[in-house]
Write a protein that binds this ligand. Structure first.
Ligand code: ADP
Ligand code: MG
Length: 238
């Protein structure tokens, strides 16, 4: 197994216990083939409209700033934008909300992203426990996290069988397994992602925590897609 560092991959120092902004997080996740949606970073409403036309409506607009970790809490996410007018209005809205929480010079921009749809929203996360080392968690995603308190946790590394068992423990499993005429979802694709997260926890020595929330799960054979990623880097010995 090769050990690696996030800071080396990014080619810059990021300080201890730093949560990477979305662009940097995506770069690391792409190296591990974690499927994410298409996006473009933009610096003006004009550019955002251009990107939306390129990606195709509907789109999602999100703030990118190291000062803003929970984007939707401060009005930093607008989903389902279906026209140029909606993109321009969303851009102005997000800008004025964001400026109450960060300075202009700390705003990296806004991403315009492909709007994705799934049968279910889950979260997949990793955290280093001071006693047990890296642990992986799967749970109900999006806004349901706090509401349902539905999650399953294991110590890394995990096997595919472990992950299948974790999924089975979730109340949300019903939503994934074709409950009452709903389509069966792509369980194998979920397992693929969790296996990669487990691998990341072993290989990336400065990876402190990872949070893919939500991961949208599509019907069987159609895959999964993470539309948000948070990645925390810890200081390692020099
Ligand atoms: P944050 O967690 O920082 O508030 P997210 O990027 O997770 O921001 O966006 C908030 C919510 O918006 C998500 O939980 C999801 O329900 C929805 N969402 C975000 N991006 C997309 C997307 N590309 N397609 C569909 N829904 C999205
Ligand atoms: Mg999120």
């Amino acid at each position: 197994m090769t050990m690696a560092k996030i800071t080396a991959y990014l080619g810059k120092e990021v300080g201890s216990n730093t949560t990477l902004h979305e662009m940097d997080a995506r770069e690391i996740l792409a190296r591990y083939h974690i499927p994410m949606n298409r996006y473009r970073l933009t610096a003006s409403a004009e550019e955002a409209v251009e990107a939306a036309e390129d990606i195709g409506y509907p789109v999602v607009l999100k703030i990118v700033s190291p000062d803003i970790i929970h984007k939707s809490d401060i009005g930093g996410v607008k989903v389902n934008l279906a026209s140029e007018e909606e993109v321009r209005a969303a851009y102005e809205d997000i800008m004025s909300s964001a400026l109450q929480h960060t300075k202009k010079e700390n705003m990296i921009g806004m991403t315009v992203q492909e709007m994705c749809f799934g049968e279910a929203e889950i979260l997949i996360g990793m955290k280093r426990d001071s006693v047990f080392g890296p642990t992986v968690v799967i749970g109900a995603g999006g806004v349901m996290v706090e509401l349902l308190q539905d999650y399953s946790l294991r110590i890394c590394p995990v096997t595919r069988e472990d992950v299948a068992e974790m999924l089975n423990e979730l109340k949300t499993y019903k939503l994934l397994s074709g409950y009452r005429g709903r389509p069966e979802t792509d369980i194998e694709a979920i397992i693929d992602v969790v296996m990669q997260v487990s691998r990341m926890s072993a290989e990336l020595e400065d990876l402190e925590a990872l949070d893919l929330n939500p991961v949208l799960v599509r019907a069987k054979g159609k895959g999964v897609v993470a539309v948000d990623a948070r990645l925390t880097v810890k200081q390692t010995g020099l």
